[in-house]
Design a protein around this ligand. Structure first.
Ligand SMILES: [Mg+2]
Length: 362
C-alpha cells in the first residue's frame, strides 16, 4: 500500500464522451438528450489512479470543459495529491477570472479524482477515508417531466425497485396538469411513497406563488427550484407564501452562492451538486454550513460520490438516484431496499467500462 500522503500528480488524463440516455430527460426548461461527460483519470507517479467525471449538461460545453480540465491538470503536474492545497492553489490561480462555471467544474473534477486517489492509496472506500461509516443512505428515484400516465408508470417502477421516495419534474402548461401528474403518482403507489416535484426554474415569482399554493394540500415532500436559481429573494418570497418545503441548491456555484442563499432564507432544504459546489472539498465546507444552519442536505446527480459524502453530512437527507454515467461504469450505483449500497472497493467505486467509453468517446 502506498502511503496516501506521498502521492504526486503525474498526469491528468481527460476524455469526453456522449452517453446515450434510455429516454430524453425532459424538464420545464429544456430537454437533455444525451449525457455529455468529461472523464478524468488522475495518474500519480506512485501508480495509483483516481477517477471522476463531470456532467456538462449540453454538448456545447463538452469540449471547453474537457480542455479546461486538461489545462488545469497540466498546471498541477508534480504537485502532491493534497486536495485542500490544490483547492487553495487553483482558487488563487483563478482569483481574477472568478471561480464559477466551466473552470469550477474542471477544478471539482480534479478534486474528486484526487480524493479518489487518496482513498484508493489508503485501501479504503472514500467514506472511511473521510472518517465516516458506510451506513444506509435513503435514495429517491428521479424522473423527468412526464404526463399523468407516465408518472403512474414511473411510480410503479420506483415502488417495484424498493424506493420509498420519488421525484417528477413538473411545470406543465397549467397547474391542473401539474396536479394531475402528482395525483396519478398518489393513486398508483399511495401515501407510503414520499413525492418531490421539480419546476427546474421555469416560473416567474408570482406564477410560482400561485402554483406552489395550489400544490400545498398534496402532501409533497418538497417543491424544487420554482423560479430562476440565482433569484434568492424570489425564492425567499415563494417560501414565505408556501407551506411545502422549498428545495434549492443544485445551482450553487461554490460556498459563496450557498451562503448568500442561506442568508436570504431562500430555501428550507439544501441540494448539493458535488461538481458545482467544488468537488469533495467543496462539499465538506458546504456540509458544515448546512449543519450550522440546520438545513437537511440532499445530493444532486453524481450518486457514486454523493453516497459517500452524505454519510459524513450531519444533516443528511436524500440521495438523488439519477444515474447519468451508468453506461460507462463497470459497477453502476446499486440501490437496495431504497438505500444506496456502498461499493466494497477502495475509493468512490467509479471504474470505467473501457469498451463502453470507446463506443461513446468524441
Ligand atoms: Mg432539480
Amino acid at each position: 500500500m502506498v502511503p496516501a500522503h506521498n502521492l504526486t500528480i503525474r498526469e491528468v488524463r481527460v476524455r469526453a464522451v456522449q452517453v446515450p440516455l434510455a429516454e430524453p430527460l425532459k424538464t420545464a426548461s429544456g430537454e437533455i438528450l444525451t449525457a455529455p461527460l468529461v472523464l478524468l483519470d488522475l495518474l500519480t507517479t506512485e501508480g495509483v489512479c483516481g477517477t471522476s467525471y463531470l456532467f456538462c449538461y449540453t454538448p456545447d460545453a463538452l469540449e471547453p470543459t474537457a480542455q479546461a480540465a486538461a489545462n488545469i491538470g497540466a498546471a498541477l503536474t508534480g504537485d502532491a495529491v493534497v486536495p485542500f492545497e490544490i483547492d487553495a492553489k487553483l482558487r488563487q490561480r483563478f482569483r481574477l477570472l472568478g471561480v464559477q462555471g466551466l473552470m469550477t467544474m474542471a477544478m471539482a473534477g480534479i478534486d474528486m479524482a484526487a480524493w479518489d486517489a487518496l482513498a484508493r492509496a489508503a485501501g479504503l472506500p472514500l467514506v472511511s477515508l473521510l472518517g465516516g461509516a458506510p451506513k444506509p443512505i435513503p435514495a429517491y428515484a428521479s424522473y423527468g417531466m412526464v404526463d399523468a400516465k407516465g408518472a403512474a408508470k414511473a411510480a410503479e417502477k420506483a415502488a417495484g425497485a424498493g424506493f420509498r421516495a420519488m421525484k417528477v419534474k413538473i411545470g406543465h402548461a397549467d397547474v391542473a396538469t401539474d396536479l394531475a401528474v402528482i395525483r396519478a403518482v398518489r393513486s398508483a403507489v399511495g401515501d407510503a411513497m414520499a413525492v418531490m416535484v421539480d419546476y427546474n426554474q421555469s416560473l416567474s415569482v408570482p406564477q410560482a406563488v400561485a402554483r406552489t399554493r395550489a400544490l400545498d394540500d398534496e402532501g409533497l415532500h418538497w417543491i424544487e427550484e420554482p423560479t430562476v436559481a440565482e433569484d434568492f429573494e424570489g425564492h425567499a418570497a415563494i417560501a414565505d407564501e408556501t407551506a411545502t418545503p422549498i428545495q434549492m441548491g443544485e445551482n450553487w456555484w461554490g460556498l459563496p452562492d450557498m451562503a448568500k442563499c442561506v442568508a436570504a432564507g431562500a430555501s428550507d432544504l439544501a441540494m448539493i451538486d458535488v461538481m458545482k459546489i467544488g468537488g469533495v472539498t467543496g462539499w465538506l465546507k458546504a456540509a458544515a454550513l448546512a449543519e450550522a444552519n440546520g438545513l437537511p442536505v440532499s445530493s444532486h446527480i453524481f450518486p457514486e460520490v454523493s453516497g459517500h459524502l452524505l454519510a459524513i453530512t450531519p444533516t443528511r437527507h436524500w440521495l438523488e438516484h439519477l444515474d447519468l454515467a451508468a453506461e460507462v461504469l463497470t459497477r453502476p450505483v446499486t440501490i437496495e431496499g431504497g438505500d444506496f449500497v456502498f461499493p466494497e472497493t477502495p475509493g468512490t467505486g467509479i471504474e470505467w467500462d473501457e469498451k463502453a467509453v470507446a463506443r461513446h468517446e468524441v
